[in-house]
Each structure stands twice: as C-alpha cells, then as structure tokens.
Design a protein around this ligand. Structure first.
Ligand code: MRU
Length: 337
C-alpha cells in the first residue's frame, strides 16, 4: 500500500517477516492516522499481544501475523504453546485459526516454517488482488460506495478485501466516491479507511455510523461493500458491529450489498451464523473516546465487536474465485465451485 510520509511515498505491507533478525514487523494501527510507527515482535507472545491489543487487526492480516508468530514459536521450540496462545487472542476471525492450523500441518510435515509462512502470505496477497479485479467488474464509473470498518490493505497483507475493488476501479480511471462509516467504538473507518483512501487519492467522506440510512434513503449510495471475519456454510457472516444494520438498510433501499473476502475467511465447518463466537471487548472502548470519558461515572456499557448478518441480505461474496452467491457457499466444501 502507498504510505505517504512527508513528501515521500513508501510501498509498505501491514505485516512482514525479517528473516535476518527473526522478527515480525507491523504498521502499528493503534497509532494511525496521527503517526506512522512500526511495532517489532521478537517472540510469539509478542505477536499474540499485537493481535490482542489490535496493533494488527482485520481477519487476513491477523492470519498473516499468526503464520509469522508460528515461525517464532517454532524457533522458540514451543510450537504447541504458540498455537494455543495465538488462537486465544481473538475468537471471531476465521483466518486466525485457519493460519495456525496451516502452520501446524506444515511443521508436522517437516516443511521449512519460514517458507511455509511466506507461501501462505503470498497466497493471501494474491487472493486480495484477485478480489480487487473481480470486484472492479461490479463498479461503474460515478458510483458511490459505502463501506464499514476497515477492510483495506491494513486489514490484509496488502490491497484489502472490500477496498481492493475500489483501488482497482480508481486505478482504471473510474470516478468513484466512498462513504466511510466512522465505526464506533474503535473508529477503524474514520482513522484507518480514510487514511488509506487519502493515500490512494480516492474521494471519500466519513459519516457517523447512524447516518448511513439517511444517505441511502436520499439515493446517494449505489452499492455497499464490506469485509467479513467468518462466513458460515449457509452464507451468514460475521463482520464489524454495525454491519447487520447496514445490510438491512441496504435491502430496504434496494442497494446491492456485497461482501469481499478470501476463502480463508469461510468456515465451512459451521452450518450457520448462530455458531459464530462473537468477541466482546472492554466496556471502556464505549465509555471513553480517545482516552476521554464520555459517559457518567457509574454507567456500564456492552461492547460486542462483531455482529452476524443473515445470508438473505447478501447479493454476492467477492472472492478470489469470482462472485459467489450466498446459496452457493456450501459448494466450496463440496469442491464443486
Ligand atoms: O476488530 P477488527 O478491526 O479486527 O475488525 C475488522 C473487521 O471487521 C473487518 O471488516 C474484517 O476483518 C475484514 S478485513 C479484510
């Protein structure tokens, strides 16, 4: 992704592995957009911390962090412990579990862990690029697209999932405009998606989460594209809290609602969204905004990080295999797609 620092533009990934130092590097997403800092993990426990504390976040980026964390675990001679600790960080994103299991298999089969991890990451990168190309075919010149949270290059290794089609459309010269939900409580839309689109030169506006329906009803949204954290066999999917209500509003206003996600996000072992474990984070993320308490002392809060959107609201899943209709998701398991 393009990262503008002063007058220079760097090409960076959100997560990388330094073979010489045996360390994992991250763009520290807790610090954006105010400062561009990196975070270095030298032990698998530090990678686990980075995932839990959201130095790195977004399902495919968490998957990439996990494969590198497993490489460190291998060198620390604690493969099983590393797998257990990494899996315990965040429960909802399927990519995390997929990535750790992939590395456990690779290590058991005697593969070189560095090479296995790199091949996972290259596959993830390739998937996002293909998502970008397939998704671009859905975007017409002049479209106004709404997105929720950050499903961009920061949330993957590069390109993004929901943002990849927008990147390719923009690079093809299509004039697009992006509505960004601010995404309380952690503001991934306002702080991360806006930062990425600004770096890419894509026209956009941030809106309060509860303004989406207003703009949809006025006819100012042509399409919705969001990412996903886990997709069940029946096409129900989990994504950042607030996605469900955007999907319902999109249907009410006849706006096509797409979900962009790589196959690593599909959990074909579960029948429906009812089986998805939803992470509940600290109430302080709701009670405070940017370290400032906004609620009376003594008030409590609830803070589910994700919600589940039923398959009937989804027009299609944009994947590296092309667009998959929700009723066809099960075919991925049967290998008939
Ligand atoms: O809590 P987060 O910031 O990790 O949640 C991220 C999302 O919900 C994304 O939309 C999802 O992981 C897809 S990222 C390509």
């Amino acid at each position: 992704m393009k990262v503008k620092i002063g007058d220079s533009v760097l090409d960076m990934r959100s997560v990388w592995y330094d073979r010489e130092n045996r360390s994992v590097g991250f763009i520290d997403q807790r610090k954006l957009p105010h400062s561009i800092e990196t975070y270095e993990a030298n032990r698998y426990s530090e990678v686990a911390f980075a995932i839990k504390d959201m130095v790195v976040r977004g399902a495919p980026a968490i998957g990439a962090a996990a494969v590198y964390g497993m490489v460190l675990g291998y060198h620390e001679r604690e493969v099983e412990r590393a797998a257990e600790m990494l899996k315990s960080t965040r429960p909802t994103a399927h990519d995390l579990f997929h990535a750790v299991d992939y590395m456990l298999d690779a290590i058991r089969e005697g593969k070189n862990p560095e090479e296995a991890a790199e091949s996972y990451v290259m596959g993830s990168l390739d998937a996002c690029e293909r998502i970008g190309r397939y998704g671009n075919e859905l975007i017409e010149d002049g479209m106004r697209i709404l997105t929720h949270c950050n499903a961009g290059a920061l949330a993957t290794v590069d390109y993004g999932t929901a943002l990849a089609p927008m990147r390719f459309a923009h690079r093809d010269g299509k004039r697009i405009f992006v509505w960004i939900d601010e995404t309380r409580p952690r503001l991934q839309g306002a702080s991360l998606t806006a930062w990425e689109l600004l770096n890419e030169g894509i026209d956009h506006a941030i809106i309060a989460d509860n303004a989406a329906g207003y703009f949809m009803k006025k006819g100012e949204v042509d399409m919705v594209i969001v990412g996903a954290d886990r997709i069940a066999k029946n096409g129900d999917f989990a994504n950042k809290i607030g996605t469900y209500e955007k999907a319902v509003l999109a249907k009410e206003n006849n706006i096509p609602f797409y979900v962009a996600a790589p196959l690593s996000t599909f959990d074909l072992s579960i029948d429906s969204g009812d089986d998805i474990v939803i992470e509940e984070r600290s109430e302080n993320e709701v009670l405070y905004a940017q370290d400032c308490r906004i609620a009376p002392e003594g008030s409590k809060a609830r803070n589910p990080a994700f919600d589940v959107t039923p398959a009937r609201y989804v027009k299609g899943f944009i994947t590296e295999k092309g667009i998959i209709e929700p009723e066809d998701v099960w075919k991925l398991k049967a290998n008939v797609l």
